[in-house]
Design a protein. Structure first.
Length: 83
Protein backbone atom coordinates (compact mmCIF):
# COMPACT_ATOMS: atom_id res chain seq x y z
CA UNK A 1 0.00 0.00 0.00
CA UNK A 2 2.80 2.42 0.79
CA UNK A 3 4.43 1.92 -2.60
CA UNK A 4 1.09 2.44 -4.32
CA UNK A 5 0.56 5.67 -2.40
CA UNK A 6 4.04 6.87 -3.41
CA UNK A 7 3.31 6.20 -7.08
CA UNK A 8 -0.16 7.79 -7.02
CA UNK A 9 1.15 10.86 -5.17
CA UNK A 10 3.93 11.18 -7.75
CA UNK A 11 6.63 11.30 -5.08
CA UNK A 12 10.01 11.81 -6.70
CA UNK A 13 12.39 10.15 -4.24
CA UNK A 14 12.11 8.00 -1.13
CA UNK A 15 15.03 7.71 1.28
CA UNK A 16 14.84 5.08 4.01
CA UNK A 17 17.28 4.01 6.67
CA UNK A 18 16.84 0.28 7.11
CA UNK A 19 15.32 -2.57 5.14
CA UNK A 20 12.34 -4.51 6.43
CA UNK A 21 13.44 -8.08 5.68
CA UNK A 22 10.02 -9.69 6.15
CA UNK A 23 7.70 -7.31 4.36
CA UNK A 24 9.71 -4.58 2.67
CA UNK A 25 8.32 -4.03 -0.80
CA UNK A 26 10.99 -1.66 -2.14
CA UNK A 27 13.96 -4.02 -1.79
CA UNK A 28 13.50 -6.97 0.57
CA UNK A 29 10.56 -9.00 -0.72
CA UNK A 30 9.77 -7.25 -3.99
CA UNK A 31 11.02 -4.41 -6.11
CA UNK A 32 7.72 -2.65 -6.53
CA UNK A 33 9.11 0.81 -7.21
CA UNK A 34 11.29 -0.60 -10.00
CA UNK A 35 8.33 -2.25 -11.74
CA UNK A 36 8.27 -1.08 -15.38
CA UNK A 37 4.47 -1.51 -15.52
CA UNK A 38 3.94 1.45 -13.17
CA UNK A 39 3.06 4.79 -14.74
CA UNK A 40 5.45 6.77 -12.49
CA UNK A 41 9.02 6.14 -11.37
CA UNK A 42 9.96 6.73 -7.74
CA UNK A 43 13.69 6.91 -7.14
CA UNK A 44 14.82 5.37 -3.87
CA UNK A 45 17.93 5.29 -1.74
CA UNK A 46 18.65 3.29 1.37
CA UNK A 47 21.05 3.25 4.26
CA UNK A 48 20.90 6.83 5.55
CA UNK A 49 21.73 6.35 9.26
CA UNK A 50 20.94 2.65 8.80
CA UNK A 51 22.85 1.36 11.83
CA UNK A 52 21.39 4.01 14.11
CA UNK A 53 17.82 3.41 12.96
CA UNK A 54 18.19 -0.38 13.24
CA UNK A 55 19.33 0.07 16.84
CA UNK A 56 16.35 2.34 17.61
CA UNK A 57 13.92 -0.15 16.08
CA UNK A 58 15.41 -3.06 18.05
CA UNK A 59 15.23 -1.09 21.29
CA UNK A 60 11.64 -0.04 20.65
CA UNK A 61 10.35 -3.51 19.84
CA UNK A 62 12.29 -5.10 22.69
CA UNK A 63 10.74 -2.67 25.17
CA UNK A 64 7.27 -3.13 23.63
CA UNK A 65 7.62 -6.89 24.08
CA UNK A 66 8.61 -6.46 27.72
CA UNK A 67 5.60 -4.22 28.35
CA UNK A 68 3.29 -6.81 26.78
CA UNK A 69 4.77 -9.64 28.82
CA UNK A 70 4.37 -7.64 32.03
CA UNK A 71 0.71 -7.17 31.22
CA UNK A 72 0.75 -3.38 31.08
CA UNK A 73 -2.64 -1.85 30.43
CA UNK A 74 -3.92 1.60 29.69
CA UNK A 75 -4.11 3.69 32.82
CA UNK A 76 -7.43 5.18 31.73
CA UNK A 77 -9.21 2.91 29.20
CA UNK A 78 -12.40 4.97 29.61
CA UNK A 79 -10.66 7.81 27.78
CA UNK A 80 -10.90 5.79 24.55
CA UNK A 81 -14.64 5.10 24.78
CA UNK A 82 -15.81 8.33 23.16
CA UNK A 83 -13.46 8.20 20.17
Amino acid sequence: MCCGALVHARVGTVIFAAREPRSGAVVSTASLLDNPALNHRVAWNEGLLGDESALLLRQFFNSAGRRRRRGCRLTNPAALQNR
